[in-house]
Design a protein around this ligand. Structure first.
Ligand code: ZN
Length: 309
């Protein structure tokens, strides 16, 4: 009898302890979410998809913003200071923020989402400058690596919710795989001689390599470098010589450079049209389909295929 009471008492104590600990858990869930600050919209999109309700995210660089030239404002520094975690692209994309990331890394996880892409898969800049081409998101496979890195880092920081992060990542990566297939299929419908993508700056190197389209940019890998009249002439002659039908403007780069090429081709008797606007280093407006990574890539591919086919 005494034994039974003892067991009952023990069970009650356990139950009370259980309640208490679950209450603590609830408090945490209803209380502060993990604050994450990111740079480009494409990264913010990954973090939102994988973090779900456990996070609050702030993306510093909005639609139409050029990350190569972006300088952090005082307000941005505060958003980075207040964050629990920071995700950025790295590979010198955010060229003017490198020192800030170094400083932040002393206090909190400050993660380059590109860090796990094998170095041999990174491209050199087309203009022969040092380092690696940072525009990895245009090979969807590399962006899957970025998503995996975000999942691992979130799970490490917040192990209580790692199952959620893993499940969200799995679902998101499934969509990325489908996107990768879609891009491959669509680009292959362009007749081979016309598979040439001419843009204002060299953002599409990974895209060209992954999906089999020749890529030419007027400006180098970073918009911080100037284009010269020699670049305009070379590109013009290429367009005229190969009867390329269309060139593309970018939402985050001024259109004046590419317009000079079109004008030049016209003087040589070859009409080149603007095939449309591509999202290169920034996504579309928030709330639109192009304001997501999946929608942005799909928009680009559909625009390219429609103009070149
Ligand atoms: Zn760029």
């Amino acid at each position: 009898m005494m034994k039974k009471i003892a067991i009952l008492w023990f069970v009650m104590v356990l139950a009370i302890a259980g309640c208490a600990s679950s209450e603590v858990g609830n408090e945490r869930e209803h209380g502060e979410k993990i604050q994450v600050t990111t740079t480009i919209g494409m990264i913010n999109d990954i973090v939102k998809n994988i973090g779900g309700d456990h996070l609050e995210t702030i993306g510093l660089m909005k639609s139409g913003v050029d990350p190569h030239l972006y300088k952090a404002s005082q307000g941005d520094i505060k958003k980075l200071d207040n964050a629990d975690m920071i995700f950025y692209n790295g590979l010198h994309l955010e060229g003017k923020m490198v020192d800030i990331f170094e400083k932040m890394a002393k206090d909190k996880p400050t993660v380059a989402v590109t860090k796990n892409i094998p170095e041999q898969e990174l491209l050199s800049p087309a203009d022969g400058s040092q380092g690696h081409d940072p525009h990895v998101w245009f090979n969807v496979k590399h962006w899957i690596s970025a998503a995996e890195t975000v999942e691992q880092e979130l799970s490490k920081f917040d192990p209580d919710h790692s199952e959620d992060y893993q499940q969200n990542a799995e679902e998101y990566i499934k969509k990325l795989r489908e996107l990768d297939e879609y891009v491959k299929k669509q680009i292959s419908t362009i007749p081979e001689p016309f598979r040439v993508l001419v843009t204002a700056h060299d953002a599409f190197g990974y895209f060209g390599e992954a999906y089999g389209i020749k890529v030419m940019g007027l400006q180098g890998i970073s918009t911080a470098s100037e284009y010269g009249s020699k670049d305009v002439t070379e590109l013009r002659d290429f367009l005229v010589g190969n009867k390329i039908k269309a060139v593309f403007v970018e939402s985050s780069v001024p259109k004046k450079a590419i317009e000079a090429v079109i004008e030049g081709a016209k003087e040589k008797g070859h009409d080149v049209k603007i095939g449309g606007e591509l999202f290169s280093d920034a996504m579309g407006e928030e709330g639109t389909e192009e304001g997501t990574y999946l929608g942005m890539v799909k928009h680009n591919v559909d625009t390219i295929v429609n103009a070149l086919k």
